[in-house]
Write a protein of this length. Structure first.
Length: 203
């Protein structure tokens, strides 16, 4: 069942939209909100598959409203519908975070279910692509961290061998390495290694 939040302050328009969506979707869970503030409260309590909102609301500017919706529900596609629209408003709506923009006409109302279904599919595809890019980035970071850890481990082993060699000698030749300095560096590398493991490498 598709869950849609409809933000519309005109009751007659809301009823026309409801009929169109029920006809096109079949089973649908439609929640009507008459204002932006009421919609924001609903988003905190309920989950939705799509937000359908009028651009002109009495309590907030349209572009600000879209940005606020996108901020509060970044994973939910937003479609804007209005009775007074133009290309500039449509462009601003998309830039603010809307997936699509629809003008209230008879033809648009009839096509509304198909428009919303397309918006849901498009948004999910974008989210999946974004998630894949994040996973690839994290995988690259992990490989880089493991390479750095390997290099640090080799350096650490070399330093430990030097330290053991120094301990076997009763005297240190002039210009030789200071055992205390080697010990300090060893501790620093151990600390760095623990840090990298905690940040990048799964236990």
């Amino acid at each position: 069942m598709t869950r849609i939040l409809l933000i519309e302050d005109n009751e007659d328009h809301a009823e026309l939209i409801r009929r169109s969506l029920q006809k096109g979707f079949g089973k649908i869970q439609l929640k009507l909100s008459p204002s932006a503030e009421d919609a924001y409260r609903l988003l905190q309590r309920k989950a939705f598959d799509l937000i359908l909102s009028d651009y002109y609301l009495p309590d907030i500017d349209g572009d600000t409203h879209i940005r606020e919706l996108h901020k509060r529900a970044p994973k939910i596609p937003i479609v804007i519908i209005t009775g007074q629209g133009d290309e500039k408003i449509a462009a601003r709506s998309i830039q603010s975070g809307a997936e699509d923009y629809v003008v209230k006409t008879r033809e648009a109302l009839e096509a509304l279910p198909a428009i919303l279904k397309r918006a849901i599919v498009k948004h999910r595809s974008h989210q999946n692509k974004k998630s894949l890019e994040i996973r690839r980035h994290l995988s690259h970071q992990k490989r880089h961290a493991e390479k750095v850890l390997g290099e640090m481990e080799e350096i650490n082993k070399h330093m430990k061998r030097l330290k053991r060699g120094k301990r076997k000698k009763s005297t240190r030749p002039e210009g030789g390495e200071d055992p205390s300095a080697i010990e300090q560096l060893t501790q620093q590398f151990e600390s760095l290694k623990k840090f990298f493991k905690s940040m990048f490498v799964k236990k």
